[in-house]
Ligand binder design. Structure first.
Ligand code: FES
Length: 102
């Protein structure tokens, strides 16, 4: 498991028995639960949503209500979605690293 995916920030207390929804982060397979937002799914398995494009600091969203734009994440197709207001869908593939920077 990649070092930056080593600790989850959210603890799931509810909806633990909902159907699993598979997704990937940088090619690593995870699963969320039906009804998760992208932010809940990612923060339940990692310690960040993304790195700041300005400081490289980890970011995890701020307002959690769709008002601040701190939670945009990038899909493998290049599309960016607001994690706190976007429902998790099966097979979403999130990219947190720029290709060619590894
Ligand atoms: S956390 Fe502010 S818009 Fe998502």
């Amino acid at each position: 498991m990649a070092a930056h995916h080593s600790r989850s920030q959210f603890q799931r207390h509810f909806r633990r028995d909902e159907a699993p929804i598979p997704f990937t982060i940088d090619g690593i397979a995870y699963s969320g639960r039906r009804g998760d937002t992208v932010l809940v799914a990612i923060m339940s398995v990692t310690d960040r949503l993304r790195q700041s494009e300005f400081t490289s600091e980890p970011r995890a969203g701020f307002c959690l209500i769709g008002a601040c734009q701190d939670c945009f994440v990038t899909l493998a197709c290049g599309m960016r979605v607001r994690a706190c207001t976007t429902p998790l869908e099966a097979q979403m593939a999130f990219i947190t690293r720029e290709s060619g920077n590894e």
